[in-house]
Structures are given as structure tokens and as C-alpha cells.
Design a protein around this ligand. Structure first.
Ligand SMILES: NC(=O)c1ccc[n+]([C@@H]2O[C@H](COP(=O)([O-])OP(=O)(O)OC[C@H]3O[C@@H](n4cnc5c(N)ncnc54)[C@H](O)[C@@H]3O)[C@@H](O)[C@H]2O)c1
Length: 263
């Protein structure tokens, strides 16, 4: 077994944005595998999810309420997790926000906040955790980005820019950590059935334009004709964290049903 992969059930996994959507699905996936879990979110109910997963899967969990853009809160949380759960092995950056506004109408606060959470938040958590990983020469980091990081989208300028920053940060970190045997990868979802996605819908149905495409938004649609479930994304994260992916680093695994033609 490679020491750079999450295989042993004792390896501690930290997940940001764990209270909802993709982060909660990632948390459930690793809980089912028996890993001790640190669940981070700005929503207070992350502590309830931590309790629920501990009871259901008989794993140690710690739910911590914090804002990933707050560097000192992140540093304190990482210290507390290592004190209470043990040495961290895997970090999954999932926390993110989407503010849908055309760029010329965007308030400076929307731009600043989007980059603070989606880019600086990834920097804060990844560097804090990586400083511990390098001393032990093992572990891995996975950033959940977006297919918008590489494909231009209307009304998503700040979001796409913030995701491009977190993608390239994760790759550069992977390059600097490779000599320590630590892998850093990206999972890029397309449309995925979560609260973030549903804020774009006007009913409970997937809008036809999402699946069929919408020329006025320069969208091609989704060749596989479905949107992802949060579990589809969690499965990709689990693979990249596993020993099966021990020779994969600096990779961007697109999970979007072909929506961006893998471009
Ligand atoms: N749902 C999609 O269609 C989709 C597509 C591409 C990429 N993504 C990305 O996947 C990730 C998860 O998205 P989701 O769809 O599950 O969204 P979501 O809104 O359902 O969940 C996001 C979680 O992040 C938390 N969060 C937000 N800001 C935070 C902060 N400052 N500090 C700590 N926690 C914070 C929220 O409280 C929430 O629990 C995001 O990074 C998002 O950009 C989602």
C-alpha cells in the first residue's frame, strides 16, 4: 500500500463545505469506509451531520463551524483536529459559493467574497494541512473545482475566475509536494443536484436548457442527458484519494457528463 493514499481506516479525512450537497456526500462516503472525519462548514448544522455519521458508521467525527476564508480560524481548526482525531491524511476542499451576476453589474463585494471563499479558502486550508503532511511525507489533497474553471460562462465570471485560481493553485501545490510523495488533484463537477444548482432552477424539474443546451447562454447541454448526483462527485473524490490513484497527481478529473466536451 502506498503511504500517499487513503486506504487505512485510521487515516483522518478533513472535508470543507461538509454540511450540504457534494461535501455531505463526500463525508458520507468516507464515513462508510470507516475513516475518522473532520467536517468543516460555516453552517451550524455541520455538527449534527458529524453526530449522525458517528452514530451510523461508528466512526470518530468532529464537526467544526468556521469560515474557510478566515485564515486564523482555519489554522486553529486544523490544530484542533490533529489534537482530537489524530494526524490528518486527506483534505477535500469542497466549500464554495456561487453568485450569479453579469460582470458589469457585479458589486465589488460579490467579486471579493467569491474569491475569498473559493480561492483563498482553498489556499488557507491546503497550506495549513500541507505543512503537517510534508513533515510526515504522506497524504493527499483534493480540490472540488468546477468545469467553469476552464469554460467561459455568462453571469459566472467571478465564480469561474475563482475556480481557475483554485485549480491552478492545487496543481502548483501538487508540483511542490510531489517530492514528499503527497498528491494533489482536482475534481471538476458540472451541473450537480444540490442547493447551489437548484438556485438556478425555477421549479423542481431540471431546466430543459441544462440538458439540451441553451444557445443564448452559449451552453452545449449535457451529452449524457442527466445532471450529476452529489454521489457521482463523491465517487470521483474517493477514487483520487485511494491507492488505486497512487500515481495520479496534478490531475483535473472532469465529472460533467461531457458538458464541456472535456475541453
Ligand atoms: N452543484 C453544482 O452544480 C456544482 C458544479 C460545479 C462545481 N460545484 C462546486 O462543488 C462545491 C460544492 O457545491 P455544492 O453544489 O455542494 O454547494 P452547496 O451550496 O450545496 O454546498 C456548499 C457548502 O459549502 C459551505 N460553505 C460556503 N461558504 C463557506 C465558507 N466560507 N466556509 C465554510 N463553508 C462554506 C456551505 O455552507 C455549504 O454547506 C463548490 O465548491 C461548488 O463550487 C458545484
Amino acid at each position: 500500500m502506498s503511504s500517499s493514499s487513503v486506504e487505512s481506516k485510521t487515516q483522518v479525512v478533513m472535508i470543507s463545505g461538509a454540511a450540504r450537497g457534494i461535501g455531505a456526500a463526500v463525508a458520507r462516503t468516507f464515513a462508510a469506509l470507516g475513516h475518522p472525519l473532520a467536517l468543516l462548514d460555516c453552517q451550524p448544522d455541520v455538527t449534527e451531520l458529524a453526530r449522525e455519521l458517528a452514530a451510523t458508521y461508528s466512526v470518530k467525527t468532529l464537526g467544526l463551524i468556521l469560515d474557510v476564508s478566515d485564515r486564523s480560524a482555519v489554522e486553529q481548526a486544523v490544530t484542533r483536529v490533529e489534537d482530537q482525531l489524530g494526524e490528518l491524511h486527506t483534505l477535500v476542499n469542497v466549500a464554495g459559493i456561487l453568485r450569479l451576476v453579469p460582470l458589469l453589474e457585479m458589486a465589488a463585494e460579490d467579486w471579493d467574497r467569491t474569491l475569498a471563499v473559493n480561492s483563498t479558502g482553498v489556499f488557507n486550508l491546503s497550506t495549513s494541512v500541507a505543512r503537517r503532511l510534508v513533515t510526515r511525507r504522506r497524504g493527499c489533497i483534493i480540490t472540488v473545482g468546477s468545469n467553469a474553471a476552464t469554460t467561459a460562462r455568462t453571469q459566472m465570471g467571478a465564480y469561474a475566475a475563482s475556480k481557475a485560481a483554485s485549480h491552478q493553485f492545487t496543481r502548483c501545490l501538487g508540483l511542490e509536494l510531489a517530492p514528499y510523495g503527497i498528491r494533489c488533484n482536482i475534481v471538476s463537477p458540472g451541473s450537480t443536484d444540490t442547493d447551489m444548482q437548484r438556485q438556478l432552477w425555477t421549479s423542481d424539474e431540471v431546466p430543459a436548457g441544462v440538458l439540451q443546451g441553451s444557445p443564448e447562454q452559449f451552453r452545449l447541454g449535457i451529452p449524457l442527458q442527466r445532471i450529476a448526483s452529489p454521489e457521482d462527485i463523491a465517487n470521483a473524490v474517493r477514487f483520487l484519494a485511494s491507492d488505486e490513484a497512487r500515481h495520479i497527481t496534478l490531475h483535473d478529473l472532469r465529472v460533467d457528463g461531457g458538458a464541456t466536451l472535456d475541453a
